[in-house]
Design a protein around this ligand. Structure first.
Ligand SMILES: Cc1ncc(COP(=O)(O)O)c(C=O)c1O
Length: 417
């Protein structure tokens, strides 16, 4: 029978898999190659000095800040590093609590722990992003900040979040690692809070393989971020520090971005608009054709005009149907997977059991209250996440690829839902 599922021995919708799911890397071309070669030719891969520094990192930072609409941007070595640098720039550490959404990559929670603070979890809403209405519940007198995470291209409701943060006296860090270029009400994610953090790792919308960026509109936070990412040094050569405040010196890390990374990042940034436009066109071409299928839903997109379009996230009626749908669709050569295995971030054993690499354990309990993580903390996250499957959209997908995805979804839905 024509409609026999590939998982049951039928003919798959596609003979070959979809193109590899790497948006930015898929767009690498002569521009990136030339830029890297320029750095090598100059024999100057270090941003601060060398025989003939091209200033690629500096140029990238300037362009990125302009693009996102913030005063400052600082290149770092990863998205995780960007979170740690932002937390430290904002003065967050032992004794402080930081609210994060229960649905995020482990790095959001990990960075808070590495910074010496305590992650506490807020529930998500139908958008699978942080529920702005749950932030106040999660806050107490130790809470210094909230980290928002626009999940897979879906912007957070920043107007409600900023209002609540102001009411509860919280700093706001935006972890935009997965969603560079997404917007809320016409404004780029990352430009609303006290700091914004981005990743350039290979899965991300623009990529250098590894890399990250911190943005901020606050001169003081920027200056602290620069020092923290560079051994706590005052590099007056950089020109932004005329005086040394001896009362505000501290030990830092080395999270400096190399000129080779900066060279690739600068070229990738020029392609960001094209990448987003292409992904959005493909995603909404698919979504239009599969909406209305009985039993198949979508997460709420907080601002469709600002959706980065990098993932079509489908919601199924329950955990079992999601697993069956996912397996059947993979067999049709439409690759997909559940976000974070369908589990809240606090279910990672190292978070749940409060384990760190040193013998002192989590620094969680220094704030005076014992922190307990348990199932049931964020019921909506626990209920919603097992029902999702994600299809990654690439700017290199053709219309035929998009239509194959539609055919695959319809075929599997007919048999399973
Ligand atoms: C939400 C979120 N935060 C932080 C990170 C960490 O970024 P990186 O892998 O560049 O350290 C990621 C990476 O996947 C992420 O998805």
């Amino acid at each position: 029978m024509e409609d026999k599922l590939a998982i049951n021995g039928g003919k798959p919708v596609r003979e070959i898999p979809l193109p590899p799911p790497y948006a930015g890397a898929g767009m690498y071309g002569e521009e990136e190659k030339k830029a890297v070669l320029e750095v090598l030719d100059r024999k100057s891969p270090f941003r601060y000095y060398g025989p003939d520094v091209a200033g690629k990192v500096k140029a990238f930072e300037k362009s990125f800040a302009q693009k996102i609409g913030t005063r400052h941007a600082l290149g770092v070595t990863s998205g995780t590093a960007s979170l740690v640098v932002a937390l430290k720039a904002l003065g967050i550490g032992p004794g402080d609590k930081v609210i994060i959404p229960a649905n995020t990559f482990i790095a959001t929670a990990g960075a808070v722990v590495i910074a010496g603070a305590v992650p506490v979890f807020a529930d998500i809403d139908e958008s699978l992003n942080i529920d702005p209405g749950d932030i106040e519940r999660a806050a107490d007198k130790h809470t210094k900040a909230v980290i928002t995470v626009p999940i897979l291209g879906n912007p957070c409701e920043m107007d409600r979040i900023m209002k609540t943060a102001e009411k509860c006296n919280l700093l706001v860090i935006e972890d935009v690692a997965q969603s560079c270029g997404c917007k809320y009400k016409g404004r780029y994610a990352g430009s609303f809070g006290d700091a914004g953090c981005f990743s350039l790792q290979i899965n991300k919308i623009i990529t250098t393989g590894e890399g990250g960026i911190v943005v901020t509109g606050n001169d003081r936070f920027y200056e602290r971020a620069v020092r923290y990412h560079d051994h706590g040094m005052f590099r007056e050569k950089e020109g932004f520090l005329a005086t040394r405040d001896e009362d505000d010196i501290f030990v830092g890390q080395n999270y400096r971005m190399s000129e080779i990374t900066g060279a690739v990042a600068l070229e990738q940034l020029k392609k960001l608009d094209y990448i987003i436009d292409s992904m959005r066109r493909i995603k909404y071409r698919i979504k239009e054709q599969v909406k209305g299928i009985h039993g198949l839903g979508f997460r709420k997109i907080n601002d469709e005009a600002g959706d980065a379009g990098n993932v079509l996230l489908i919601m199924l009626p329950d955990k079992d149907s999601a697993a069956r749908f996912s397996n059947a669709l993979n067999a049709e050569n439409i690759s997909n997977s559940p976000l974070y295995g369908g589990r809240p971030v606090y279910m990672h054993p190292q978070i749940f059991n409060q384990k760190t690499a040193d013998k002192n354990g989590f620094s969680l309990n220094r704030s005076g209250d014992k922190t307990v993580y348990e199932m049931g903390m964020c019921p909506h996250t626990e209920e919603q996440l097992p029902k999702n499957i994600c299809i990654t959209i690439c700017p290199t997908f053709s219309e035929k690829d998009a239509d194959d995805i539609v055919r695959g979804i319809r075929k599997v839905a007919r048999q399973i839902l």
